[in-house]
Design a protein around this ligand. Structure first.
Ligand code: CP
Ligand code: NVA
Length: 311
């Protein structure tokens, strides 16, 4: 597939990519990881983050540095954003200085406004609705372990949050089955589930359940995330007893396919959504998954910016 299709595009939602484009980015990410490809991209990346970040901030920065580009980490407290400058004005101004802008914020609508008014690619570095960059790295990690993605089953345990949403859509795009196991009141957004089902078509299935054991049976990937996301910290303590049955632990892991791998987007709360033993255990691929943020995002930047040396 010709990656030239992706030049200048935004990546706001998982569905901004077709199945073919996800496949091409994963192939590129694998080529970058193996060292087979070393694109050159001396461009300026801005990071406008309203929430904390270790992996996303550092992996995006390292990715553009390694391609000969630079990062401007736009701390909100030193910009006029926190003093109420309208989003559409900030978007127009930043796109005159930068070549690409990754944004981490609360409302999906805010990055949609950025994309509307900016002339450069806007990347969703996490919103309350989606975390699509994470899912590119997750799919790369699954592919490294199972070669082909189609027909595998990923079971996600916990809150129907941003990561769950992008997993539903990303897995549907590549023909993987998804099971979301969580308390009935914490299921993913109905519109995202419907979109996932539409994308999956006859190729794969999207299943919601409140039964963690049924979800774990014979699955190939067990995935979990925090029970309270950034912005929901006040709710964290109350959620512990509600989500406890969905903890990824040895008991749940035993029900999965013997070759199953365990993923977590991180940061993790050991002893809550996942046990220390599972995180450190033989089936955990969590550290490879975190490393793959670098390769997958480098592939994304290279494609959106039309880097030299991609072929
Ligand atoms: N998984 C993830 O996005 O991590 P950070 O919040 O540290 O960027
Ligand atoms: N669901 C988590 C993911 C963190 C990477 C959050 O939004 O805080």
């Amino acid at each position: 597939m010709n990656l030239a299709n992706l030049v200048g595009r935004d990546f706001l939602r998982m569905t901004d990519l077709t199945s073919e484009e996800v496949g091409a980015l994963l192939k590129l990410a694998a080529g970058l990881k193996s060292g087979q490809l070393a694109p050159h991209c001396p461009k300026n990346l801005g990071l406008l983050f309203s929430k904390a970040s270790t992996r996303t901030r550092v992996s995006f920065s390292a990715a553009i540095f390694q391609m000969g580009g630079q990062v401007l980490d736009l701390n909100l407290s030193v910009t006029q954003v926190n003093r109420g400058e309208p989003t559409k004005d900030t978007a127009r101004i930043l796109s005159r200085y930068l070549d690409v802008l990754a944004i981490r914020t609360y409302e999906q609508a805010e990055i949609e406004t950025f994309a509307e008014y900016a002339d450069i690619p806007i990347i969703n570095a996490l919103t309350d609705l989606e975390h699509p960059c994470q899912i590119l790295a997750d799919l790369q990690t699954v592919q490294e372990n199972f070669q082909s993605l189609e027909g595998l089953t990923l079971s996600y345990f916990g809150d129907g949050n941003n990561v769950a949403h992008s997993l539903i859509l990303g897995c549907a795009l590549v023909g993987m089955n998804v099971v979301i196991a969580g308390p009935t009141d914490y299921q993913p957004d109905a519109a995202i589930v419907a979109k996932g089902k539409e994308l999956a078509g006859d190729r794969s299935t999207i299943t919601l359940t409140d039964d963690p054991k049924a979800a774990a049976e014979n699955c190939h990937v067990l995935y979990t995330d925090v029970w309270a996301s950034m912005g929901q910290e006040d709710l964290a303590d109350n959620r512990i007893p509600i989500f406890q049955p969905y903890q990824v632990n040895d008991e749940l892991l035993k029900l999965a396919n013997p070759e199953a791998i365990v993923l977590h987007c991180l940061p993790a709360h050991r002893g809550e959504e996942i046990t220390d033993a599972v995180m450190e255990g033989a089936q955990s691929r969590i550290w490879d998954q975190a490393e793959n943020r670098l390769h997958a995002q480098k592939a994304l930047l290279a494609a959106l910016l039309g880097a030299d040396g991609l072929y």
